[in-house]
Design a binder for this molecule. Structure first.
Ligand SMILES: Cc1ncc(COP(=O)(O)O)c(C=O)c1O
Length: 370
């Protein structure tokens, strides 16, 4: 593609909008001489866990590690099963794979694109130890209902990489399950200018152990009381995220407004936006919709018009070649397969000008009416 006129996600306008607050925050860190696990990370952990409504929050280096660390806490044994969705970013599954668990994939709902909770019960076995629902595209899985389905003994790890600020039945995603995994990758609803992640958890013991494990199992500079790795949120990212956290609700409100506008403008005869249940307050990480036909032709049409659209996700994670080694069986995922063939993500970010959105919607409609 030549350089598009309209990007799927343009990150520069957000930097410019908050530059006056961001630059002093970055300079404050540089002037402090403390760049790893110091006052900014501490403050951000405090502020973010309060925002989510979780008793514990631990800053680490990515969303992938935010999934990995709670999975590590579960002490899974070979053959233990972890249920998840096949319609997600690959890191959801790569974390499960990394701890050696056997993945079990349950199909999604055709309208919300979320894990189909009606199919979870049939996937439970005596080896099921955990379930990782994904609050995809800023939509939210009903975790309370999921808990009723799986019972008290199965860990629920919420993948919140795309759901900062999303609520279900009035409760924030990341505060309901045993743990929540957040990513601060630059494009996320709350994004830094590098990698970053955070684990929320209701389990004080997990928080204590993960605090040691994120720094090689260290309790002081000479004592290492358990094995660990290096997975730390850095001070500069934490300072940036503290600034942006203050604006997250406003940015999410703007996302809802823009999503509403797309919903009004796009011709429902040809394109169906992601459904949101009445219990959910979404945060529209991306604007995803299903095309009734000709998805690939629409993508080409938009490209010719200088509009960048993407496909999240072009295939189920079960069909990614590098990740199949742990499969013990085939999975039948007809809904995911179909959605992968007809889904499209249109240009979308909080600072997207309304005129640009109107132009995108008109270009989409013109394609179908030609
Ligand atoms: C659903 C989901 N889970 C996990 C991740 C992993 O986050 P990170 O890229 O910060 O490791 C991402 C981000 O790509 C994601 O979208």
């Amino acid at each position: 593609m030549n350089t598009p006129n309209v990007w799927r996600c343009d990150l520069v306008p957000q930097f410019l909008a908050y530059q006056q607050e961001l630059m002093p925050a970055i300079e404050r860190v540089l002037n402090s001489g403390r760049y790893i696990l110091a006052q900014e990370v501490e403050a951000f952990e405090r502020e973010f866990k309060a925002y989510v409504g979780s008793p514990h929050g631990l800053g680490i280096n990515s969303g992938t590690d935010a999934l990995l660390m709670p999975l590590w806490m579960m002490q899974l044994q070979p053959g233990d099963e972890v249920i998840t969705t096949p319609f997600t970013a690959i890191p959801t599954y790569s974390a499960i794979r990394h701890v050696g668990a056997t993945p079990v994939f349950v199909d999604i709902e055709p309208d919300t694109f979320l894990l189909d909770l009606t199919k979870v019960k049939a996937a439970l076995t005596p080896r099921t130890k955990a379930i990782v629902p994904v609050h995809l595209f800023g939509n939210a899985v009903d975790i309370v209902r999921l808990r009723e389905i799986v019972g008290p003994d199965i860990y629920i790890l919420e993948d919140c990489a795309q759901s900062h600020g999303a609520k279900v039945n009035g409760r924030m995603t990341g505060s309901i399950g045993d743990a929540g995994a957040f990513s601060f990758y630059p494009t996320k609803n709350l994004g830094g200018y590098g990698d970053g992640g955070l684990v929320t958890t209701n389990r004080a013991e997990w928080d204590q152990v993960m605090r040691k494990k994120r720094m090689y199992g260290m309790i002081n500079k000479d004592e290492f009381v358990m094995d660990g790795i290096n997975t730390r949120l850095d001070e500069i990212q934490a300072a940036i995220l503290r600034v942006k956290l203050r604006h997250l609700d406003a940015m999410n409100a703007r996302r809802r407004e823009l999503a509403g506008l797309y919903g009004q403008l796009l011709d429902p005869q040809f394109i169906t936006p992601q459904a949101i249940r009445p219990s959910v307050e979404p945060v529209f990480h991306v604007y995803a919709a299903r095309c009734k036909s000709q998805r690939d032709e629409l993508l080409a049409h938009l490209e010719r018009a200088g509009i960048q659209a993407n496909v999240y996700y072009p295939k189920p994670t079960t069909r990614q070649a590098g990740y199949q080694a742990a499969f013990t069986r085939q999975f039948d995922l007809p809904v995911t397969e179909t959605v992968c063939r007809d889904i499209i993500a249109l240009p979308f970010y909080p600072e997207l000008p309304q005129e640009t959105l109107r132009h995108v919607a008109a270009t989409v409609n013109a394609f179908f009416h030609r």
